[in-house]
Structures are given as C-alpha cells and as structure tokens.
Design a protein around this ligand. Structure first.
Ligand code: HEC
Ligand code: HEC
Ligand code: HEC
Ligand code: HEC
Ligand code: HEC
Ligand code: HEC
Ligand code: HEC
Length: 324
C-alpha cells in the first residue's frame, strides 16, 4: 500500500472532477482558488516567463540559453494574463519535466490536453466536430490547438463585447481561409483554396460584415448556451439577410448572447432600424447613389455660400449708397 493515495493537490483536482461528474455546471464555476493559491500560481509563472518572454530575449537570465530556439517559444505575459487560463499555473498543463532547465527530454509528452480538464465539454465538442466539414479528408487533421491557443484564448462569454469576440473568432477561420499556404497544409490533395471574397460576393461588403459578425454565425447550427463546433457544408449556411436584419435577429441568440438584455436590444435594434428599410439594403454601396448624395450636399453648400455672398454684397452696396 502506498503511504498516501493522493497528494493534497491531486485530491483537490479529484474533488473538482467528482463535482463535475455529479452534475456541476462549468469548470470555471468549480475552479475556485484562494487568493493565496492565485498568488502562488502567479509567482510560479514568473519563473517560466523569466525565460519565455521578449524581455528574456533582450536580457537572458542564463548564459548558455539557445536564444534562437527560445525566440519561437515566447508566451506574451499580457495576453496570458487576459486569457481564460490566466489563473492557472503553467505547470498545471506543462505537468512534468519543466521545473528545471534544460527541460526533461520527454517533458512535451506530458502536456495536458483540453479534454483532460474539460472532459464534459470536450465530449460534446468532439461529437459536433465529427459532423463538421473539417472532420474528413484533411491532409493534416485538425486538433483543438489548430483553433485555440491555450495561452491567449478568451471565451466569448468573458469578452462579452461583440467587436472583440468577432475579431478573435474570425482571426481563427481567416488565418486559414485567407492564406493559401496554411490552407494547403490542411486541405485534401489538389484542392485549392476557394477565395473567401468570391464565395460571399452575394453579401454586400462582406469584409465589413466580418468586422460585425462571425463566420460561425452563418456556418454553424444555433445551439442554446454553447457555440457549436459543427461547421455545416456551404449549402446549409445562412444566406437570408432578414435572419440578422430584423427585430428578432439570430444574433441575439449568438453573438449578443453575453450582453445584458438592455445592450442586446441596442445592438439588435440599430441593425433593424437602419436596415429594416428595404431601400438601404437594396441600395448599399451603390456608387451612383453615393455620387448623387455627395452632389446634393455640395450643391447645398455652394447654394448657401452664394446666398451669403449676395446678401453681403447687397448690404455693402446699400451702405455705400447711404454714404454718397
Ligand atoms: C532558464 C530558462 C528557462 C526557464 C526558467 C524555463 N524554460 Fe522552458 N525552455 C527554455 C528554452 C531555452 C527552451 C528551448 C529548448 C531547450 O533548450 O530545452 C525551452 C523549451 C520549453 C518548451 C518547449 C518544449 C518543446 O519540446 O517544444 C516548453 C513547453 C517550456 N519550455 C515550458 C516551460 C515552463 C512551463 C517553464 C516553467 C515551469 C519553463 N519552460 C521554464 C528555457 C527555459
Ligand atoms: C491550459 C493549459 C496551458 C497552460 C495554463 C499553459 N500552457 Fe503552454 N502550452 C499548452 C499546450 C497545449 C501547448 C502546445 C503543446 C504542443 O504543441 O504539443 C503549449 C505550448 C507551450 C510552449 C511551446 C511553444 C508554443 O507556444 O507552442 C511554451 C514555451 C509554453 N507552452 C509555455 C507556457 C508558459 C510559460 C505558461 C505559463 C505562463 C504556459 N505555457 C501555460 C498548454 C498550456
Ligand atoms: C489543467 C487543466 C486545463 C487544461 C489542460 C485546459 N483547461 Fe481550459 N480551463 C481550465 C480551468 C480551471 C478553467 C477556468 C479558469 C477560471 O475560471 O479562472 C478553464 C477555462 C477555459 C475556458 C473558458 C471558460 C469555460 O469554462 O468554458 C475555455 C474556453 C477553455 N478553458 C478552453 C480550453 C481549451 C481549448 C483547452 C485546450 C487547448 C484547455 N482549455 C485546456 C482548465 C484547463
Ligand atoms: C452572412 C453569412 C455568412 C458569413 C458571416 C460568412 N459566410 Fe461563408 N458562406 C455563406 C454562404 C451562404 C455560403 C455559400 C455561398 C454559395 O454557395 O453561394 C458561404 C460559403 C463559404 C465557403 C465555401 C466556399 C466554396 O466555394 O467552397 C467558405 C470556405 C466560407 N464561406 C468561409 C467563411 C469564412 C471563413 C467566414 C468568416 C470570415 C464566412 N464564411 C462568413 C455565408 C456566410
Ligand atoms: C475550426 C476551429 C475550431 C476547432 C478545431 C475547435 N474550436 Fe473550439 N471554438 C472555436 C470557435 C470559433 C469558438 C467560439 C468562441 C467562443 O464561443 O468562445 C470556439 C469555442 C470553444 C469553447 C467555448 C464554448 C462556449 O460555448 O463557451 C470551448 C470550451 C472550446 N471551443 C473548446 C474546444 C475543444 C476542446 C476543441 C477540440 C476538441 C475545440 N474547441 C476545437 C473554434 C474551434
Ligand atoms: C487550419 C485551416 C482551417 C481553419 C482554421 C478553418 N478551416 Fe474551413 N476549411 C479548411 C479546409 C482545408 C477546407 C476544405 C475541406 C474539404 O474540401 O474537404 C475547409 C472548408 C470549409 C468550408 C467549405 C465547406 C463546403 O461545403 O465546401 C467552410 C464553410 C469552412 N471551411 C468554414 C470555416 C469556418 C467558419 C472556420 C472557423 C470556425 C474555418 N473554416 C476554419 C481549412 C480550415
Ligand atoms: C449573420 C448576420 C447578418 C446577415 C445574414 C446579414 N447581415 Fe448585414 N450586417 C450585419 C451586422 C451585424 C451589420 C453591422 C451593423 C452595425 O454596425 O450596426 C451589418 C451591416 C450591413 C450593412 C451596412 C450598414 C452600414 O452601416 O453601412 C448592409 C448594407 C447590410 N448589412 C446588408 C445586408 C444584406 C443585403 C444581407 C443579405 C444579403 C445581409 N446584410 C446579411 C449582420 C448580418
């Protein structure tokens, strides 16, 4: 018999796992470290970041470090501090072999994977992913890490603000769908990258849309409370303007889900107020119409100036006449 079955730290995690098994909601809710534990994590992480940061490249803490290699292994401390994993110790995922440098040969093999900790969520996500257009045929299979950087990722529900969520999530898809090199690395042999702008030519100003909505808004089924990982085939994508540009926009169940109800109405309402009017949707980015509007504005200005000038000259003339 071992003296003790579990260390204190292990039994803490065991408790978390049991709690989850017994129907707990999210990992975030179960993860409740004391302020002391958080400070301990922070101090421990500073030790790793003493080497794995830009600062270390400028001023190496040790003489014999392979700086060229280290340059590719940088973790941005500010991005990590803002990430969903900010409160974890590096060593929670990089479990063994990294305490000393040089690190152990097999240290990398002992890195925790997402489903080690997020098993409940990961089961659902993996099932969704199996139905995704990305599940089959790829030369290099996708993993969670293809889209999620554990040092940077911020959950949408923490970001809340739509523009920040959109920027983060679209970077993931466009990182591949806007890059021939990255796409080719994953794509089935001989498949060339479909141009994203051409595929969305039916959508007025698609690039502008991608600053306000995510790819997943149109390309995944709507799930209550979670983001589906099933990317649907292109014939099942949302193509209906009114799905978003209406009072009960699909965005309120998705992108705006994390906003307070009040703000949600504000976002949704602006869209429907401007775009509910058919002429705005119809006449978008129409150069002729833009030209006419600009011409009208210019004409109005010229008219006002001319009117003022005539009045000024008339007044001067009158004054001169009075002097004479
Ligand atoms: C004294 C500097 C130093 C410290 C402290 C340090 N590392 Fe490293 N680490 C390196 C260097 C240099 C490399 C590049 C490969 C090598 O030399 O082993 C590296 C490589 C790595 C790798 C990549 C391994 C691979 O095979 O791809 C990981 C992951 C890593 N370190 C994590 C950590 C963690 C976690 C900590 C803190 C517990 C830490 N390191 C502390 C210098 C350091
Ligand atoms: C939530 C888990 C998690 C936490 C917390 C975490 N890492 Fe990582 N880290 C990973 C995973 C997963 C990889 C990718 C391993 C692979 O590619 O096989 C990785 C990769 C790395 C690498 C290799 C280079 C790279 O970016 O791929 C370094 C260096 C590293 N981590 C350092 C750190 C440091 C320093 C911290 C703390 C500030 C930290 N990690 C915290 C999960 C984590
Ligand atoms: C060592 C355990 C561990 C690993 C490995 C891990 N996470 Fe986490 N993750 C956590 C904990 C704990 C939290 C809650 C942090 C908090 O509340 O401060 C969390 C939070 C999150 C969140 C935000 C909130 C939530 O509960 O949904 C996301 C998203 C997330 N992780 C994704 C990932 C992904 C993707 C990976 C793999 C790349 C991963 N995690 C690997 C432990 C882990
Ligand atoms: C407003 C909804 C909407 C948004 C937002 C959207 N798409 Fe699409 N996408 C579609 C529709 C609809 C099609 C199918 C078009 C067709 O077949 O005519 C499509 C087609 C595609 C295709 C298939 C191209 C082909 O010809 O094989 C890819 C890849 C794609 N989208 C990627 C993206 C990416 C990446 C983003 C985010 C930057 C994105 N989409 C944002 C609706 C959208
Ligand atoms: C093709 C890219 C892609 C892959 C592969 C991927 N994800 Fe995601 N994931 C996303 C996007 C985009 C989001 C939306 C961001 C959000 O809701 O926070 C997301 C959201 C999440 C969330 C937050 C869900 C929520 O509703 O709060 C978790 C947790 C997560 N992913 C875990 C995983 C895990 C675990 C894997 C691997 C089994 C994985 N992801 C694979 C793109 C991907
Ligand atoms: C790492 C690269 C990569 C990432 C990241 C990626 N994709 Fe793809 N995607 C591909 C490849 C490769 C294909 C072609 C697959 C095939 O033909 O079997 C594809 C195909 C598609 C298609 C076309 C499906 C069809 O019916 O032809 C859509 C739509 C799509 N992706 C949307 C997305 C969205 C949305 C995201 C972000 C959540 C995303 N992709 C992230 C590489 C990627
Ligand atoms: C996935 C949701 C979604 C779909 C589908 C969608 N839109 Fe949009 N659209 C938006 C959002 C969000 C904005 C940004 C509104 C804002 O900034 O207030 C926007 C902006 C616009 C604008 C620009 C308004 C301006 O301020 O300049 C036009 C025009 C527009 N959409 C037309 C369309 C048309 C036409 C379609 C169908 C072919 C369509 N949209 C489909 C969500 C969507």
């Amino acid at each position: 018999m071992p003296e003790r079955m579990f260390s204190v730290a292990q039994s803490g995690w065991l408790a978390v796992c049991l709690w989850l098994l017994l129907g707990g909601s999210t990992l975030a809710a179960a993860f409740n470290p004391t302020p002391e534990a958080l400070e301990k994590n922070r101090q421990a992480n500073l030790k790793c970041l003493a080497c794995h940061s830009e600062a270390a490249l400028r001023q190496p803490p040790k003489v014999d470090l392979d700086l060229k290699k280290l340059r590719g292994l940088i973790v941005d401390p500010a991005a990590f501090a803002a990430s969903s994993h900010a409160r974890l110790a590096c060593g929670k995922c990089h479990t063994e072999g990294y305490a000393e440098h040089p690190h152990a040969e097999d240290a990398k093999d002992m890195t925790s994977t997402c489903d080690d900790c997020h098993s409940k969520q990961a089961r659902v996500i993996e099932a969704e992913f199996e139905q995704s257009v990305h599940a089959d045929n790829l030369t290099e299979p996708m993993t969670c890490l293809t889209c999620h950087n554990p040092h940077r990722m911020q959950a949408a529900k923490n970001l809340k603000q739509p523009d920040l969520i959109v920027a983060q999530d679209n970077r993931v898809c466009l990182g591949c769908h806007d890059s021939d090199a990255t796409f080719a690395q994953y794509a089935p042999e001989k498949k060339t990258r479909p141009l994203t702008d051409d595929a969305h030519a039916w959508l007025p100003n698609a690039r502008m849309h991608w600053k306000s909505v995510r790819c997943v808004e149109c390309h995944t089924p709507s799930n209550p409370n979670t983001q589906s990982h099933q990317i649907l085939s292109k014939d099942k994508a949302v193509k209906d303007c009114v799905a978003c540009h209406s009072r009960d926009s699909l965005l309120s169940a998705r992108l705006y889900r994390h906003l307070a109800e009040e703000d949600q109405r504000k976002y949704g309402f602006i869209n429907s107020a401007i775009l509910g009017k058919p002429y705005v949707v119809g006449a978008t980015r129409n150069p002729l119409l833009d030209g006419i509007v600009i011409a009208l504005v210019v004409l109005t200005l010229v008219g006002m100036l001319a009117h003022g000038l005539v009045r000024y000259l008339a007044a001067r003339l009158r004054r001169r006449k009075q002097h004479d």
